[in-house]
Design a protein around this ligand. Structure first.
Ligand SMILES: Nc1nc2c(ncn2[C@@H]2O[C@H](COP(=O)(O)OP(=O)(O)OP(=O)(O)O)[C@@H](O)[C@H]2O)c(=O)[nH]1
Ligand SMILES: [Mg+2]
Ligand SMILES: [Zn+2]
Length: 286
């Protein structure tokens, strides 16, 4: 029977069938790597339990990796929404890592700046984010606590995953869009509650018949071990016009003579901030 994975906990999965039935499933043997968003064939073994028989080919795959393993975040999304907020302050390098992952996966990325009710801090964040807007990444300013309506047209017809650091408001956005669901949100003011209610696994929600949203756990680390040097070059989209024009074929755009990327930086066509981030990621990439 065909279905879609709406949540994944290692070998344990929640699968939604076409008729809306929700079935708890396991993978065969020790197989893992079935992700939220995957389309699968399942076999019902007993009432409300099933086994994953196979995974359909994916239209997209978002994952992170370190030297030892890869971790799939979601499958089959058509759009990545990177949620940032001025408070707690977001890490620009992490934002860049998400952008690189999106480019490598060939998935459209956009940035949402949440918590716009914090006016002064938001102004400051906007001045940082202007760089990314100039690169062509759509930027939407939002207050999940007041009004998420501006997000609706962006979500229409897409399967979107919300990614970003912990505490940026991903789950709050989902709860505001879908008042009937209760994605767990962390209340930072509840200091007595040491266990903050952060999201621990990716979960898929339906906005309407054609628009779907995946909430994902906040990450402080986003390894890009699977990204090679050529992919990284192209993932910095403003580098593209200059690639292949450096004097050396294996130019790392560090301080090589005749580097067209460095020339573009000197000419003001590439931001020094992006170049610095590129260098950081290049040194950590494989
Ligand atoms: N001031 C303000 N606070 C917000 C807004 N949206 C969310 N928050 C608060 O930010 C905190 C974190 O929100 P979450 O939705 O749990 O954040 P998250 O991105 O899902 O975090 P993880 O699940 O840990 O990745 C909570 O205390 C929310 O109430 C907003 O628009 N304005
Ligand atoms: Mg969350
Ligand atoms: Zn170069």
């Amino acid at each position: 029977m065909p279905g879609q994975v709406t949540a994944s906990f290692g070998r344990q999965l929640i699968v939604e069938l076409a008729d809306g039935r929700i079935i708890g499933c396991v993978t065969r043997g020790k197989k893992t790597g079935v992700a939220c968003g995957d389309r699968v064939q399942i076999k019902i073994t007993e009432s409300n339990h099933g086994v994953i028989e196979s995974v359909e080919p994916r239209t997209s795959l978002l994952y992170r990796s370190d030297a030892f393993r890869e971790k799939i975040i979601t499958a089959n999304v058509t759009q990545i929404i990177i949620v940032v907020a001025a408070v707690p302050s977001f890490h620009e390098e992490l934002l860049n890592r998400y952008l690189v992952a999106a480019e490598v996966a060939g998935i459209k990325a956009l940035i949402v700046l949440n918590k716009s009710d914090m006016v002064d801090e938001t102004q400051h964040a906007l001045s940082i984010l202007q760089l990314y807007r100039d690169l062509g990444y759509p930027l939407l300013t939002l207050c999940a606590k007041q009004d998420v309506a501006p997000l609706r047209p962006v979500l229409a017809g897409h399967t979107s995953v919300l990614v970003g650091q912990s505490g940026m408001g991903k789950s709050s956005i989902i709860n505001a869009l879908l008042p009937d669901t209760r994605a767990r949100t962390g209340d930072l003011s509840a200091t007595l509650d040491s266990g903050r209610h952060t999201t621990t696994h990716a979960e898929l929600y339906h906005l309407d018949a054609t628009s779907h949203l995946i909430d994902s756990p906040g990450l402080q680390e986003f390894g890009l071990h699977h990204v090679d040097a050529t992919q990284l070059d192209h993932a910095f989209i403003e580098f593209r016009p200059f690639l292949g024009q450096c004097k050396f074929n294996d130019c790392k755009h560090l301080h090589e003579p005749g580097c067209s990327v460095l020339q573009a930086v000197a000419a003001g066509k590439i931001s020094p901030r992006r170049l610095a981030t590129y260098h950081t990621l290049m040194k950590r990439a494989s």
